[in-house]
Design a protein around this ligand. Structure first.
Ligand SMILES: Cc1cc2nc3c(=O)[nH]c(=O)nc-3n(C[C@H](O)[C@H](O)[C@H](O)COP(=O)(O)OP(=O)(O)OC[C@H]3O[C@@H](n4cnc5c(N)ncnc54)[C@H](O)[C@@H]3O)c2cc1C
Length: 381
């Protein structure tokens, strides 16, 4: 058996990141969090202390400021080592880049820098019961009242519903009878009128997703992030970067299971010979190796385009779609070719499958990834 080397295996910065992560024993913790879901606050702090939060975030915000291709490779390795949990947590500052890029100095000092240190969990709340894939239908309102905004409405499906210290809340801003469009607001989550409810999930259970009701929640005017009505423009840039980087995470997770399966079928004998001698077993695994490579090359090329400032909304969307599809196929084969143990919690493949499955919905459903790419092929007049 001869396995191809991992991308960026000889990059010293990636090696340093992987070694720092390995010292935190994240793989084992990820399985524990699946069984007893909670937000891993102490690991979050440890990631911050080790400089593993905000790998791509600009140094002036307190991040590492690494070039995106290197960040993607590091995330691939983090996911290969410990599954989606801590690789995604490492990306949390990227998921909140709207705050870092457009929030006022005091807001960033109070919430964004502490996020990078692992001291303050900032969630993102876009989805609502009546508007998810079609975010244009957001109904949560932020009405200006004297020197405050008053928020009314409900967010749903959001990660860290109960655990976030603060959240970036996307809301329809109104002043009097004028609708100013969708703005972003930094909302501390312990204010009167904020009521979270958790709904258990198939995978990524540590995120403790759920619903957050805002009933007359008052925040100061300076808690709006950036300009009135400009939030979707800010979010679009963030989504392109994060979708491409998420692809690296899903592929890293799948690569781990693929290697473990290749090893396993080379050793396990049935009917007097190794499972790998059965073409019905070997051929899907050979194809999976090629698919993983192809999806990585596509994601890598997309990430290089983003790093150069080239338009990449469509290919970033397709990178996420392709990585999720590829990874789910690879993980399904890992479950299958490990037999009964593959389906059980004795092995990590079933959790990995459940965790990666979220990628076909979160950060935009796969169908919407196609919509984004189709818009580039057939631009609207
Ligand atoms: C693990 C996880 C974490 C999440 N974290 C957050 C978070 O932190 N913050 C947040 O705001 N949201 C979060 N979400 C919510 C996620 O962004 C939404 O669930 C997603 O955008 C879909 O919205 P919806 O659930 O309202 O589904 P709907 O909009 O009702 O869509 C349902 C399904 O219909 C299909 N569909 C929709 N539109 C089209 C179309 N035009 N063409 C073809 N098919 C279509 C898709 O299959 C889609 O999945 C998370 C979701 C998951 C699973």
């Amino acid at each position: 058996m001869r396995l191809p080397s991992l991308p960026g295996a000889d990059d010293p910065v990636v090696t340093e990141i992987v070694e720092a992560a390995a010292r935190l024993a994240l793989g084992r913790r990820s399985a524990e969090l699946d069984l007893a879901p909670e937000f891993p606050r102490s690991e979050f702090r440890a990631l911050g202390t080790a400089g593993l939060l905000g790998l791509a975030t600009a140094t002036e915000h307190g991040g590492r400021g690494l070039p995106l291709p290197r960040v993607a490779t590091a995330l691939f390795h983090l996911a290969y080592l410990g599954g989606t949990t801590f690789a995604k947590l490492s990306l949390q500052p990227e998921f909140s880049s709207v705050l870092g890029d457009h929030g006022s100095g005091p807001l960033c000092d109070r919430y964004y820098r502490p996020l990078l240190r692992g001291e303050c969990l900032v969630g993102n709340q876009v989805t609502e019961p009546g508007a998810g894939a079609d975010a244009g239908g957001l109904a949560l309102r932020a009405e200006r009242s004297g020197d405050e905004f008053v928020l009314r409405g409900t967010k749903s499906e959001v990660a860290f519903a109960q655990d976030a210290d603060a959240a970036i809340v996307y809301a329809r801003e109104r002043t009097g009878s004028t609708d100013l469009g969708i703005s972003a607001f930094l909302v501390p989550q312990h204010l009167p009128g904020v009521t979270p409810t958790i709904v258990p999930d198939l995978g990524e259970r540590w995120m403790r997703r759920g619903t957050v009701v805002y009933d007359g929640v008052r925040i100061p005017l300076d808690h709006r992030i950036g300009e009135a009505g400009a939030a979707f423009g800010y979010l679009k840039r963030e989504l392109t970067r994060e979708r491409a980087l998420l692809a690296a995470i899903y592929l890293g997770v799948a690569r781990a299971s693929w290697e473990e399966t290749v090893r396993h079928v080379g050793e396990r004998t049935a009917f007097g010979r190794p499972l790998a001698a059965q073409q019905a077993v070997a051929f899907p695994l050979v194809e999976d190796g090629a698919r993983l490579d192809a999806a990585w090359m596509y994601a890598e090329r997309t990430i290089a385009s983003i790093a150069e400032g080239a338009p990449a909304d469509g290919s970033a969307a397709l990178s996420k779609w392709m990585a999720v599809e590829t990874a789910l196929g690879v993980l399904d084969h890992a479950i299958q070719f490990h037999g009964g143990r593959g389906y059980s919690k004795a092995l990590p493949h079933e959790q990995r499958w459940r965790d990666v499955r979220s990628g076909a919905i979160a950060h935009g459903p796969s169908e919407i990834m196609h919509v984004v790419a189709a818009r580039e092929l057939w631009p609207r007049p």
